[in-house]
Design a protein around this ligand. Structure first.
Ligand code: HEM
Length: 137
């Protein structure tokens, strides 16, 4: 089975990915206005998100929480998720040059994002569901 620990994905890489991703998010014309009024401490948010991704990708079990409940009051639209995923794909490919590693991490975000959109009652499709996890994302 594919093992992220053998593909250059560790806690430090995920922390770098999260750091670069949320720098883009906060500067983004569509996503910045959603995040910036809510996230008071970006350092803390990035630590929380690193714990989330290390739980998803590395099964570290560091994150405990209810992401869906956190997103419910934000009034998100499908377009927010599309933009979020676009920036996630772009940043993941920059930080994880190994295509298989990038595809793994992108695939997780696509599936979690899809579940979240369904949970929020937004119409959504799983992008390229026949090839989720491929590096083309
Ligand atoms: C695959 C897509 C996404 C994933 C995996 C994800 C994941 C998460 C997680 C794990 C948290 C922390 C929840 C907690 O405090 O325990 C969070 C918080 C947050 N997310 Fe997302 N998210 C996604 C998409 C989005 C999108 C599209 C937006 C807005 C455009 C968004 C806006 C936020 C905001 C503003 C917070 C902070 C909420 C707060 O502190 O009250 N997220 N997200």
């Amino acid at each position: 089975m594919y093992d992220p620990n053998h593909a250059g994905i560790d806690e430090a890489r995920l922390a770098l990915l999260v750091d670069r991703f949320y720098d883009k998010v906060s500067a983004d014309p569509m996503l910045g206005p959603v995040f910036n009024p809510i996230v008071e401490d970006w350092g803390r948010h990035k630590l929380l998100m690193t714990s989330f991704w290390s739980t998803v990708v590395l099964r570290s079990g560091k994150y405990r929480g209810n992401p869906l409940a956190k997103h419910q009051p934000l009034g998100l639209q499908a377009a927010h998720f599309e933009r979020w995923l676009m920036l996630w794909r772009e940043t993941t490919r920059e930080v994880l040059p190994d295509p298989e590693s990038a595809a793994l991490v992108i695939g997780y975000a696509e599936r979690i994002g899809y579940g979240m959109r369904v949970g929020l009652g937004l119409s959504g499709h799983l992008p390229g569901s026949h090839r989720v996890g491929s590096e083309r994302g």
